[in-house]
Design a protein. Sequence first.
Length: 397
Amino acid sequence: MTLKQMLVEMLNRKASDLHLRVGIRPHLRVNGNLEQISAEPVTIDQMDQFVGQILTEKQLDRFNRKHEMDLALSVAKLGRFRINLFRQRGTSGIAIRAVNTVVPDYDELNLPSILKKIANERHGLIIITGTTGSGKSTTMASMIEQINSQEPLNILTVEDPIEYIYRDKQAIISQREVGGDTESFSSALRYAFRQDPDVILIGEVRDLETMSIALTAADTGHLVITTLHTLNVVETISRIVSFFPPHQHQQIRLLLAGTIKSIICQRLLTRYDFPGVVPALEVMVSTGAIRECIMDPEKTMEIPELMEQGKVQYGMQTFDQSIMDLFKKGMISFEEAMAAASNPDDFDLRLKGIVGAADRWEDSDAEGPSSERSIEGGKDRGLGGTSREMPEGFSQF
């Protein structure tokens, strides 16, 4: 089977990923599960041929030196794909992800309406987190497309690789790809301020220098949207602080408290109502109480409780509240909800109506009787003006 035939099979089966390894049959990830393609195991010669079809001579030389590479590839009449090449046990391996050529909107993605309000921010830091394949890039792209459709702003993206291709609408957008248009995230961001951006998208924060520039940009009046590989809000705050040496931690907490607008953590759950996946989101929005908890490390663990309490007033929610909403709408099964819940015992008690404070667990996006659905048997489906010193080592522009 040729590489193009496998990509056709991938799209026909609505798979998110295609995995190629020497010595085994090609595998597709369909609705979160790996499934084999009816083809012979990939040989070394076939793998070398696949790599040669994907890479240019210059890229092949770089791959042979570095043994790993990310890139995006457009295939005529098929679409756009994100590709990672790597070496394993002395042979090449390929992971290919299908990328939507059209940026989906919030309703298509089943994202909570609070994200529309968050995307309307005009300065500060928005962080989207989750594991690989949890939909971070798509959520981020939807935010950029909302800004592009509504505001005459200058948007700069730095990505590795470029996934979604944006067309200028109200905004003008410059997309830079690491490895092709710039050497690294930090290199591109050092010169970003001279390009007069209003919004800066950073595909991923991977090191201290990129994190420090992101915080600096957010603190100097830009809107910065980026991603991290963390599982929840508290872990995200700890990860940001841990980028820096211990003697800077308190300064970073002060700076983060003053610049953060929202942290959005995302997981994908298997749907019950029809084949596919649906995102469960933990959403933190900056409030006075949240900022105080970010500044004080002893209070940081109180943030999930504040998020739970702020569902109605601020649109915040914990993972368990999001999972409850999805279950009440019949989008996920009881078993999937229990498996994904952060605290299954507490979640089960709330389903049975034993625990109070029900207003915190209602779907803030729901209207009318639908938010009151029966679940019998569990089977129905203020630092803005505060002066802050920049920690030592930060890039100055």
